[in-house]
Design a protein around this ligand. Structure first.
Ligand code: ADP
Length: 459
């Protein structure tokens, strides 16, 4: 309904403030009313006690010693201070001069005793106290009254004060809240303006919160962090695209120049054959590259995986059988050091591809008559596959880059064929299986690639 945060805050906050302030007003008024009436009641009961003390018995007769109260406030007509003593039937026995012809005995007794609001002989507001008491077994009723015009005026003034000050407070709080909400939310409009300026060509733009509000700075920080990650990913995609085009351009150029040169004049069958072989070789290279690019993009989209319980030892043995002829052709001794039976949840084809990439590198980047050893062990909940070679090794500054797409060390670029996509694919496969790959190497001595894969929970 209320789509703007500002409207929602105002619509919900102001009634809450109004209810709180009004409740506070009622509470304060009631407290003051109670305090004032308690003070008056205290005075009335004190006076009643005093009057009761003036009733004596003299040899069995009841006497009222009222001489003390025929002076002062009780002796002045309509002074606002009254008392009266009556019997239980309502017959007045003695009363203050201030009452004149009036009487305090009325309809309240005998139904009620205690404190009451009433009106005096001159219609003035009165607080009345009625109490029964006994002297020598005889029951009397005492009525004490005090005019409370001043007290009521005090309460009325307080009421007027509350009725003017509290609505003003509510209005001030409402205006104040609107200003605070407006000021607090204004950076959001600024954020949305700044975000609107970010396009795919301006991914370097960042947003700033002008105020020092921690919450908004947190939002700006998180947004900027996300943007940095996106910018990096976007840049990586762009680099990937340009690297891929660059890599594809070489075989394309080879095909074109082979065709151009061959078509320049009539050729012999042998020359045509040579040209076609060059084209075939370039096309195979392109095909291999495109194949690997597709694999990478499938891995990124997390597609094409058929995970099942697979025996790692079997996969490694099959991979080893596939690669052994290549190793033998290069005079490399490839062997398994140890292999335990381990099962993992995975895609057989992808895992074969992973180990094939690492073993292929261990052979490719080895020295003549070098060695490649393979081991499969268990460590905690991980299956650990280690491939060690005695090859050319990787320079320390390149260790962090060998898993980057299209990265090839300078010395491998020239003589050894490759795409720079084998290790990124291997890493992608390991990660999509919940695992990882680590590399250690020493230039001139050899390298060791270790693959960690989570064990199948039932193994
Ligand atoms: P390539 O197709 O070039 O082999 P990879 O992604 O498999 O691509 O490897 C990237 C680079 O890492 C290689 O070009 C090479 O420089 C280096 N590298 C990979 N494995 C080894 C290894 N076992 N010994 C030495 N260098 C290696």
């Amino acid at each position: 309904m209320f789509r703007s945060i500002k409207t929602r805050l105002i619509i919900f906050l102001i009634p809450v403030f109004a209810v709180i302030v009004t409740g506070l007003g009622f509470f304060l008024y009631n407290r003051l009313d109670n305090i004032v009436m308690e003070m008056v009641d205290h005075l009335l009961s004190g006076k009643a006690d005093l009057m009761k003390g003036l009733v004596h018995s003299d040899h069995g007769d009841i006497e009222f010693e009222i001489s003390h109260v025929t002076f002062g406030d009780y002796s002045i007509n309509a002074s606002g201070h009254y008392f009266e003593i009556a019997d239980t039937k309502g017959n007045s026995l003695v009363k203050s001069i201030s009452l004149g012809d009036h009487t305090l005995t009325g309809s309240r007794y005998p139904e009620n005793t205690g404190y009451f609001m009433g009106t005096g002989p001159h219609q003035e507001p009165l607080r009345l106290f009625i109490e029964e008491f006994q002297v020598l077994g005889e029951k009397f009723v005492i009525y004490v009254g005090e005019e409370i015009r001043e007290e009521l005026a005090l309460l009325k003034n307080f009421r007027i004060f509350l009725l003017t000050v509290f609505p003003m407070t509510i209005i001030i709080i409402a205006i104040g809240s609107m200003i605070v909400i407006q000021v607090s939310l204004s950076p959001l409009s600024s954020f949305s303006r700044q975000i609107g300026l970010i396009t795919e060509k301006r991914l370097h733009e960042r947003i700033y919160s002008q105020g020092g509000d921690a919450e908004l700075q947190n939002i700006a920080y998180s947004f900027n962090e996300t943007m940095s990650r996106l910018e990096k990913a976007f840049q990586a995609q762009k680099d990937f695209l340009s690297d891929a085009s660059h890599e594809l351009r070489t075989p394309t150029a080879v095909i074109k120049s082979a065709a151009d040169v061959t078509l320049r004049r009539e050729r012999s069958v042998v020359e045509y054959r040579e040209a076609l072989e060059t084209v075939k070789y370039a096309a195979e290279r392109m095909g291999g590259l495109i194949d690997r690019l597709l694999k990478l993009s499938r891995l990124e989209a997390d597609q094409g995986q058929k995970k099942e319980m697979v025996g790692l030892k079997d996969i490694l043995n099959t991979t080893l059988r596939t690669i052994t002829p290549l190793a033998e052709a290069q005079g490399i001794d490839i062997y398994t050091e140890k292999a335990v039976d381990v099962t993992v949840d995975g895609d057989k084809d992808q895992l074969s591809e992973l180990f094939l990439s690492i073993l292929d590198n261990a052979i490719k980047y080895n020295r003549p008559n070098g060695k490649v050893s393979l081991s499969l062990a268990i460590s905690d909940n991980w299956a650990v596959v280690k491939v060690e070679d005695t090859g050319i090794g990787i320079a320390p500054e390149a260790l962090g880059k060998v898993f980057d797409r299209f990265y090839r060390e300078d010395m491998s670029r020239g003589e050894i064929p490759g795409t720079g996509l084998g290790l990124p694919i291997a890493k992608g496969i390991a990660e999509s299986h919940g695992g990882s790959i680590e590399v250690e190497s020493e230039v001139g001595k050899g390298s060791a690639f270790t693959v960690y894969l989570p064990l199948n929970s039932s193994s």
